[in-house]
Design a protein around this ligand. Structure first.
Ligand SMILES: [Zn+2]
Ligand SMILES: [Zn+2]
Ligand SMILES: [Zn+2]
Ligand SMILES: [Zn+2]
Length: 250
């Protein structure tokens, strides 16, 4: 009971701060004990927001300690994050949290989805823009050379992008990225094969590990890609043979 009362007193104090929210570690109080967070205090120009008097603000170290010690679970706890963070570190943590959602790569969609849970969104919103595949089984794609990426959905709901980067005057650079943040228990590798239509004896192959990305921003991985010469195109299409493997991280 005592603990509950203490908490409610603290909450009352925090709510009396002008912004009613304590995102800052520094807290100030007037000579009558009215508190304001750093952000509010810096706008008050030495007039208290409650007693309206000319105030001599001083830092309230005890309150700062209490606020600092109040920790709550990350917003993405139900997706697997077990971190407890205090207010001041909350934004920074959630921005970088491994379990934060990724943004749907289809332009103008804006949907935020979680790693390994993409099929529902794609089947209802973009069913014609996604291709399902099974790990370890090669599949053929026919990509129109002006398309920046194709979307593949793994059998376990992981979302992959085959990225196409036009590197004039050489050709197209292809690479595979996985759109994900959390659940890094699985790693992926991929293989791309291209065969020239004009000279089928000209073949190219890439084996590489899949890069993880939170969001498609049009930035292409530089560690590995397959550069397919323009000569491999056939009426502005390139045929690629792709296979993606999944393996557990030990
Ligand atoms: Zn404030
Ligand atoms: Zn005051
Ligand atoms: Zn988190
Ligand atoms: Zn979408």
């Amino acid at each position: 009971l005592y603990f509950k009362q203490t908490i409610s007193v603290i909450i009352d104090i925090l709510l009396s701060s002008p912004c009613m929210f304590t995102a800052y570690l520094y807290h100030f109080q007037c000579q009558n004990g009215h508190v304001a967070c750093f952000s509010c205090w810096s706008k008050l120009s030495n007039k208290c927001h409650i007693c309206s008097r000319d105030a001599k603000f001083a830092r309230n170290i005890a309150l700062e300690k209490i606020v600092e010690s109040i920790k709550s679970s990350c917003s993405y706890a139900k997706w697997g994050c077990c971190k407890f963070i205090n207010y001041a570190q909350r934004d920074a943590h959630e921005e970088a949290c491994l379990f934060a959602p990724s943004v749907c790569p289809i332009s103008n969609c804006g949907y935020r989805g979680f790693t390994g849970r993409w099929s529902g969104h794609f089947l209802t919103s973009h069913s014609s823009d996604v291709m399902r595949f099974i790990y370890g089984q090669p599949f053929e794609v026919n990509i129109e050379v002006s398309v920046p990426f194709l979307v593949f959905l793994g059998e376990d709901d992981h979302l992959f992008l085959l990225q196409n980067n036009n590197l004039t005057p050489f050709g197209h650079a292809f690479s595979v990225v996985c759109l994900r943040s959390g659940n890094l228990n699985w790693m992926f590798s991929y293989q791309i094969e291209a065969t020239s239509r004009k000279k089928p004896e000209n073949r190219l192959q890439l084996k590489a590990s899949v890069t993880n990305t939170r969001q498609w921003t049009g930035i292409y991985p530089s560690e590995a890609f397959l550069l397919v010469p323009f000569d491999f195109c056939h009426s502005s299409n390139i045929v690629l043979n792709i296979s993606i493997e999944r393996y557990a991280v030990v």
